[in-house]
Design a protein around this ligand. Sequence first.
Ligand SMILES: Cc1cc2nc3c(=O)[nH]c(=O)nc-3n(C[C@H](O)[C@H](O)[C@H](O)COP(=O)(O)OP(=O)(O)OC[C@H]3O[C@@H](n4cnc5c(N)ncnc54)[C@H](O)[C@@H]3O)c2cc1C
Length: 463
Amino acid sequence: MTRRPENPEAQGDASPPSVVIVGGGFAGVGCAQELSDAHVPVTLLDRNNYHQFQPLLYQLATAQLAANDVATPLRTLFRKEQTISIKEADIAKVDPESRTVTTTDGVAFSGDYLVLAMGSQPNFFRTPGAAEHSFPLYSLLDAERLRSRMLEVFDAADRDPRLIDQGALTFVIVGGGATGVEVAGALADFINRVLPAEYRDLAGHETRVHLVDHGNALLGPFSESAHEYAAKVLHRDGVRLQMGTAVEEITSSSVRLGNGTVIRTRCVIWAGGLKAAPLASGVGLGQGRGGRLTVEPDLSVDGLPNVFVVGDVANLNGPDGTPYPQLGSVALQQGQWAAKNILADIAGKPRHAFHYHDKGIMAMIGRGAAVAEVGRKRHELHGAIAFASWLGVHAALMSGIRSRVDAFVSWGWDYFSGNRSPGLIDHPDAATIDWTEPEPIDLRESVATPAPRASTDATVPSG
Ligand SMILES: Cc1cc2nc3c(=O)[nH]c(=O)nc-3n(C[C@H](O)[C@H](O)[C@H](O)COP(=O)(O)OP(=O)(O)OC[C@H]3O[C@@H](n4cnc5c(N)ncnc54)[C@H](O)[C@@H]3O)c2cc1C
């Protein structure tokens, strides 16, 4: 496929064309790094001054890692690259025709090429109360807020055990995909290992962790045996699986399920789905499922060959006819691929259609328990060996963006030995709970129809 760049400078022999990238996630950073290796001037814009490594957010949320283990300042990542200019900038407007983006305070940035890589945001699917009362897990701030809430409910119950009847020790996780399963496993670990040591007056058996999903299997894209393995591990660790039922409403003190169950809780974790970042809807480009911006096979926008969209916000079908999954590895490779197509333009060579090198999918279910389907043939691994693969693949992803692999790998080893980071309640807004009830409910939880599959009434063991 050959595309001609719109800007004559791009073909001239003067200075190379400039590139503006919106978003310093996997896709934006991957693109900037590839371009910087070829000394192309890049302006990289992000509303945060750091790159966040989302696969580790749940470890931050459950106090296993500190913030600086999962986020790296963008200026640190690019401190040696002279052609990359980092700007902390919250973009409010995109004009794809002129390849200009404008910040919330009116500063404009233009380039010969524009790369949009602004990722996703949680999708609450219009569930009443979800946006107001649940804790999503998509950003560093989300993870810190969740950690503050989680620790606060333990502290509150420790101070005043009467609050247990108000749901202080009950957690509800919405969504049984990789994020929901990983959070459930990490929370169960916290309850089973940390609670007895650090909250000695709390009885572990009073704790409840519910995982709710409207489907009938955990870890949807994985194989049947991985579904069963995940259910078995979570069940063993005391997580109550409420499968085949949707969350109908979330209030400040409860969750109502489609099967009639009302669960009293003060901590609801939303892992129910994603949609394109808010900026995508105002760009005026074609949108696919979840509001993702539709791109051509070379990752540029139809009719605007100097505008690329990459990562979670891009909508492109893979060889199986379904959109590429919203994964760090896809985002990193797409960012690098867009850069290669820009470099091809500069060299007067043809562009190429995106091809994803699929290394597999994996999820961690708790200490030493993981599932991995490795390689294109999806060779399946469970348990400690899957955990080792998880560690290896994520270390590779980190080194792909030249991030802190050392801290990550040492965390991986520590994870088996049980070390953890200090659990700080550092977001008072998330930790402030109004324990007065508008309408007291007599039961701590009312369980109606038993879940169709893998449901358990087992309590979380205390040791
Ligand atoms: C909890 C969790 C666990 C995950 N685990 C895995 C995993 O194990 N393996 C895996 O491969 N993938 C995993 N993923 C998915 C993976 O993290 C994403 O697919 C990947 O981060 C997408 O990269 P991206 O660059 O497209 O977007 P992002 O990483 O979201 O980056 C987008 C960037 O754009 C910035 N931005 C957005 N809007 C604006 C704006 N208006 N102005 C300025 N800046 C803006 C944001 O601040 C952000 O830095 C996980 C995701 C989550 C949420």
